[in-house]
Design a protein around this ligand. Sequence first.
Ligand code: IMP
Length: 420
Amino acid sequence: MAGIVLIGLQWGDEGKGKISAYLSRGAGLAVRFNGGANAGHTVTIGDKELRLHLLPAGVVSCRRAAIGPGVYLDLPTLVEEINRVQENIGDIELTISPRAHVVLKLHKELDRYLEEIRGGKIGTTMRGIGPAAMYKYGRIGVRFGDMLEDENLEDRLIKIAKYIELKNKNINFHDEYVELRLIIEKVRKYVGNVTRLIKNELSQGRTVIFEGAQGTMLDLDYGTYPYVTSSTTLASAAAHGSGVSLKDINEIVGVLKAYTTRVGEGPLPTEISGELADEIRARGKEYGATTGRPRRIGWLDLFQLRYAAELNGVDKLIITRLDTISGIERLKVCIGYKIDGTKINEYPETVAKLRRVSPIYIELNGWQTLNREEIDRILLNGYEELPRNAKQYIELIEEILGIPIKWISLGPRIEDVIEK
Ligand code: IMP
C-alpha cells in the first residue's frame, strides 16, 4: 500500500495535474485535500485538453476521486466539471467530505472588496478562497454536509453576510439560495466519509495519490506572505486536509518546473523580463489556467527549491518542462541569495527582506531545441538519449538538493514522461 503525496515546490503551475494523471495510472484513488477552484490543473488526453479546478486531475487515469475536508468547494464549478469529465472520459466515482466548506457568492464579492482595501494587491484569482477561509476560521462558514441537511439555508446565508459589512451589497441571497437548492440535489449523492475511503484503499494494498494544489511558496505560513493563498500547501496538509494520519503517507514527491513562474503579485527573486521571458511564456503557454493572466517568468531557483524541499520532506523529484527551455543558448541557475553583498543561509521570512535579495547565479550551456520527433525518440529510448547538457542540468539539481529526480516530463501528454 502506498499513500503518495504530490506537491508543487514553486509558486504553483509546476505541472502537477499532468503528473498526477501519470502517477495515478493503476492507483485506487486520487484525492484533493487543499485549495479550491483557484487551482487550475491541465491534463491532455489525446488531442483534448481538460482543465480541472476541483476534481483531482488523477481522476482521468484512475476514475475514482475524493475531495477532502481541506478543500473549498465551489459547487457550480464542481457540477460543470463533473459533467465535462464524464463527457470526455466516461463515468467517475466521486466522494466529497461533508466537512468541506462551501464558497458562496459573497466570498467572491469580498475577495474583490479586500483586494481594493488591502492597499498592496495580492492578485488573487477572485475565486473567494481567502474570504471562505476567513469564514471557516471565524466559525461561521457553511459546510457541504450542513448545507445538505440545513432547512434554513436561506436565513443562514443572509445571517452570515452580516459578519462583514459588504461594500457592494449587490448579492441576491434568494437567487443564490435557489441556485444552491438545485445544485444540492445534483451533488447529494457524492457525500461520504473520505477518511474511511482512503483508509480502506490503503489497507487493501492500493495506491492513493494525494494531489496538492498551488505550490509551496504560496503556503499561508511558509510562503511569501501576504502574497500567498489561504491554504496550507505543504505535504503535511495532505494528512490534515483529507483526514488521514501522517503514518498513512509513505512517500512525498516534489514537482518542479525547469524554470520558475509566478502568477499574481509578490516577490520573485529570479524574475526575468524582455524577449527571453516572452519567448518562454509563449512556448510554455504560461498563462494562468484559472484566470488566463500571463505568468511571470524566472530562472530556476535552487535556493528557493532547497527551502521548499526541506519544508515538505521531499523523497523524490519530478522535473517538468525540460522541453520548454530547450534551444536557449545559456541558462542561469540561482544557487544562493545575497543581501547587501553578504550571502545568506536561510530563506528570508519576510517579503521586505526578500525584496532586498540578489540571486547568485551560475551559468550553464543549454541544449538543442527538442522538437516532437526528438522527444518521441527520447521517450522511446530513455534518459540516456537526453542531450548531454540537459542531463547536466538535471544532475546539478540533484546534487544541490540532494534528492533524486525520478521522472522527467517532456511534453503535455500524460505519457510524455521518462523514468530515470
Ligand atoms: P487566491 O488563492 O485566489 O487567494 O490567490 C492568492 C495568490 O495565489 C495569487 O497570487 C494567485 O495568483 C495565486 N494562486 C492561487 N491558486 C493558484 C494556482 O493554482 N496556481 C498558481 N497560483 C495560484
